[in-house]
Design a protein around this ligand. Structure first.
Ligand SMILES: Nc1ncnc2c1ncn2[C@@H]1O[C@H](COP(=O)(O)OP(=O)(O)O)[C@@H](O)[C@H]1O
Ligand SMILES: [Mg+2]
Length: 485
């Protein structure tokens, strides 16, 4: 369900959820803090008001006047009982009602007289025992039928700071005024939170939408590319963030795809063209034969010879095309350990047969072995050697050698032939490309232009690379870099 929602909806929900959580936590914390502060304030206000009254009644003039009479110097239970009514009365006001408890927890005086004065709550033994034991600030909130009452207990000591507690004053004050303030406060907070949440979510939605608009633009571009418009690109030059990087990566990918598609189209067109030439020649010869040339044995022999050549060309082309196709599949490279020296020695024998009177020198390098497909390696060297032979004169010299490279072996094939024109050089590895020098030099070989394409594909299938250096009328060097593994 969640995954089915659009990214925009998901991000907005997430954002609004987080905002709501944050605002709730802040609001609740703020509300609780305010409530505690208000209650604490009320409590300390009540205590501050009560303190001088209690001191007056317990240790003030009243007691002294009795002391002069010679009865008491310190207040005792009796004295407390005597003054408790007046003390409770003095401590009671419109908001606070006081009761006095004696040592046994019995109410000995109740301050409520007037109707508008709040009713006292019944004392809770758990708390007043704590006050009796001398604890000064016993405060608690009592909840009775929807009403919260703040209760404060003050021990009445026989002398200031004495441990001897005569009784306890219980002051209780309804929290209604505090709650009224808190209610208004809470309402303001809730409305504020809601407004912030709505505005924040709207703003978030706007921001997310604008951030994602470029992605939607990319989706649209993708769709038009899918429909075949390969020239489409995503233009986000002003963005350097992830979306901008995605756009750049996307453009590079499309560029590569476009290049590879057009290379493929060119390849098919060239292949068709290459196939058409021998087929046209064959058709021509066959037409001549069918028109009755068979009566002339010389013509027949000539035509058959030509046709055979074209058929050979066609089958070679087919072989090469098949080889190229095979190289696309990496499983077709069967690597095994090749000891380079042994391998080249074996190759040299076959090369000599091919070279006729031309000189082939082997420049042996360090004895190394590498992992390679020996059949492919042989074909690579064979193709390069054949090219070298084709492009050197009768007394040409060809050299083959190897040395240790950066991370593998560098094998080179060098000739002192007529070289490659600078304008041909960047293209010689392209399928069906043939240099102009070939026709100029009038060699009778008719290649397909697939030889070096195959060589390059085979080298790359080994994880290697191929380079060429050539100077017209000086010679050409092909350098193959093969990794050890
Ligand atoms: N050793 C070389 N010396 C000069 N030119 C070369 C050499 N090897 C390759 N070339 C040039 O590269 C072109 C492509 O070679 P290749 O792919 O083997 O095709 P092909 O041999 O079928 O013409 C050749 O037509 C030729 O112009
Ligand atoms: Mg060739």
């Amino acid at each position: 369900m969640w995954k089915k929602l659009s990214l925009r909806t998901r991000l907005t929900i997430l954002y609004a959820g987080l905002l709501a959580l944050l605002l709730t936590i802040l609001g609740v914390t703020f509300f609780i803090d305010t409530r505690n502060l208000l209650i604490e304030n009320t409590a300390s206000h009540i205590r501050a008001t009560a303190k001088p009254i209690i001191e007056h009644w317990l240790y003030g003039e009243n007691l002294s006047s009795q002391a002069i009479e010679g009865t008491k110097k310190k207040p005792d239970s009796k004295y407390l009982k005597k003054i408790s009514r007046q003390l409770a009365r003095d401590l009671t006001s419109r908001n606070v009602v006081a009761i006095v408890l004696d040592k046994n927890g019995k109410v000995i005086a109740n301050g409520k007289v007037l109707e508008e004065e709040p009713a006292p709550v019944s004392p809770n033994p758990f708390y007043y025992r704590r006050a009796f034991s001398g604890e000064n600030e016993v405060t608690y909130i009592l909840s009775t039928d929807n009403k919260n009452v703040l209760v404060l207990l003050i021990p009445l000591r026989s002398a200031p700071g004495s441990d001897h507690v005569l009784g306890v004053v219980q002051l209780s004050s309804p929290l209604t005024p505090v709650e009224r303030i808190l209610y208004r406060h809470g309402l303001t907070l809730a409305v504020g939170t809601l407004i912030t949440l709505i505005l924040g979510t709207a703003l978030g939605l706007l921001l997310i939408s604008s951030a994602l608009s470029e992605l939607r633009h990319m989706i649209a571009t993708c769709q038009s590319i899918t429909e075949g418009r390969m020239d489409q690109r995503v233009h986000l030059p002003q963005r350097s963030d992830e979306v901008g990087q995605l756009a750049q990566a996307f453009n590079r990918m499309v560029e590569r795809l476009e290049a590879s598609f057009s290379a493929q189209r060119r390849f098919v067109a060239s292949a068709a063209h290459e196939l058409r030439t021998p087929l046209t020649a064959l058709r021509g010869s066959l037409e001549v034969l069918m028109r009755g040339a068979q009566d002339d044995p010389a013509t027949v022999a000539h035509l058959c010879h030509g046709m055979y050549r074209e058929v050979l060309r066609l089958s070679k082309l087919c072989e090469e095309l098949l080889d190229l196709a095979k190289l696309e599949i990496s499983e077709n490279v069967q690597k095994e350990k090749v000891v380079l020296k042994e391998f080249v020695n074996e190759f040299e024998e076959q090369a000599r047969v091919l070279s006729q009177e031309r000189e082939i020198s082997i420049l042996e390098g360090p004895s190394v072995s590498l992992k390679a497909d020996p059949n492919m390696l042989k074909q690579i060297l064979f193709d390069l050697l054949q090219n070298a032979l084709q492009h050197t004169g009768r007394n040409g010299r060809i050299a083959l050698g190897w040395k240790l490279g950066d991370n593998g072996v560098d094998i080179w094939v060098e000739d002192n032939g007529h070289g490659i024109l600078a304008e041909d050089l960047p293209h010689i590895f392209e399928p069906f490309y043939q240099g102009k020098k070939v026709s100029e030099c009038g060699e009778h070989h008719k290649g397909s232009g697939l030889g070096l394409t195959l060589v390059k594909a085979m080298v790359e299938a080994h994880g290697g690379s191929i380079e060429v250096r050539s100077e017209v009328n000086r010679g050409t060097t092909f350098l193959i870099k093969l990794p050890f593994e």
